[in-house]
Design a protein around this ligand. Structure first.
Ligand SMILES: CC(C)(COP(=O)(O)OP(=O)(O)OC[C@H]1O[C@@H](n2cnc3c(N)ncnc32)[C@H](O)[C@@H]1OP(=O)(O)O)[C@@H](O)C(=O)NCCC(=O)NCCS
Length: 267
């Protein structure tokens, strides 16, 4: 792949990539759209989208030591530009980003009340979009043998630490559930893990059903949010938090050309 003098390093043969037509993208108020990019689509996404990146994004991509990480960043940022351009009806390369004090990318142009959040782990990337709200998404690979108490230290609240301590049968799964929920919430709030993550707790929301959760700050409920676990496939755990009540959340895969099975609607 070579475009505009900027190439993805070590790009392999293309796997099927399905990009939505920008003019068909819609994002109504109260809706959250989540897009999933498997690692198998990273190289074709690079080939299609690398030319849309700005010079600082190209420099960041080339600073990665491994081609896999370089290409992953190009694909994520290219897809982010493609989808934002579609929702905002402008060319992907026209978008201007700034970075918040906590490292969060924010739209500088066009000035639009469109929230987005990106997360990636070995194997998959998730990109979420919604209007006029705070939005966070997180995905982690399911891995055995994690040091559950060690990883949660300084991140989990006392309530979450107790939940983790009680989960004798599958502490790793509990850790990942708590972790993805916490990170989705903190990314929506914009601080990430900076600040005091232990001040926030996430809890199962039995009233709304399996996969729904709610959040609190120093024990006070955070109201008017939709908080969900997402189905990103058996190898991953994922969660989403959005400051919209009863948001309608839809997940799409940028993969196999089979639209009906590529979309999963939650609410
Ligand atoms: C946000 C954070 C939790 C993400 O951690 P992670 O699990 O390693 O990474 P994820 O794949 O889930 O998310 C990465 C994405 O989160 C976004 N992001 C970065 N900082 C963010 C923040 N403060 N709030 C929301 N989103 C953020 C970026 O889009 C990033 O994607 P990119 O790498 O393609 O640019 C972590 O980076 C963090 O705590 N950052 C804040 C700490 C801080 O203040 N850093 C100073 C940096 S200037």
């Amino acid at each position: 792949m070579e475009q505009d003098g900027f190439a993805a390093r070590g790009a392999e043969a293309a796997a099927p990539l399905v990009l939505p037509q920008p003019e068909r993208l819609t994002l109504p108020d109260g809706a959250v759209e989540v897009w999933m990019l498997d690692d198998a689509q990273v190289d074709p996404a690079c080939a299609r989208l690398a030319h849309t990146l700005a010079p600082d994004e190209r420099a960041r991509a080339l600073a990665y030591r491994h081609a896999r990480h370089c290409n992953g960043y190009i694909a994520r940022r290219g897809l982010l530009r493609w989808l934002l351009g579609g929702y905002l009806r402008c060319a992907p390369e026209e978008l201007l980003f700034a970075v918040s004090a906590f490292g969060r990318p924010v739209l500088q142009w066009p000035q639009a009340r469109l929230a987005f959040s990106v997360s990636h782990t070995d194997g998959i990337a998730l990109l979420a979009f919604a209007r006029a709200c705070r939005l966070g998404v997180d995905v982690e690979r399911r891995t055995g043998g994690l040091d559950a108490p060690g990883l949660g230290h300084g991140v989990f609240s006392a309530v979450e630490a107790r939940t983790l301590a009680r989960s004798r049968s599958d502490p790793t799964e509990t850790l990942l559930r708590l972790w993805t929920r916490k990170e989705a919430l903190l990314k929506a709030l914009g601080t990430g893990l900076a600040g005091d993550p232990t001040a926030y707790s996430t809890h199962d929301d039995g009233r709304r059903g399996a996969g729904h959760w709610r959040a609190s700050h120093h024990g006070a409920a955070i109201c008017g949010w939709t908080c969900l676990d997402l189905d990103a496939g058996a190898a991953f755990r994922a969660a989403l938090a959005v400051s919209l009540p009863d948001a309608s959340v839809t997940c799409h895969r940028c993969a196999v050309p089979d639209p009906p099975r590529n979309t999963l609607r939650y609410t």
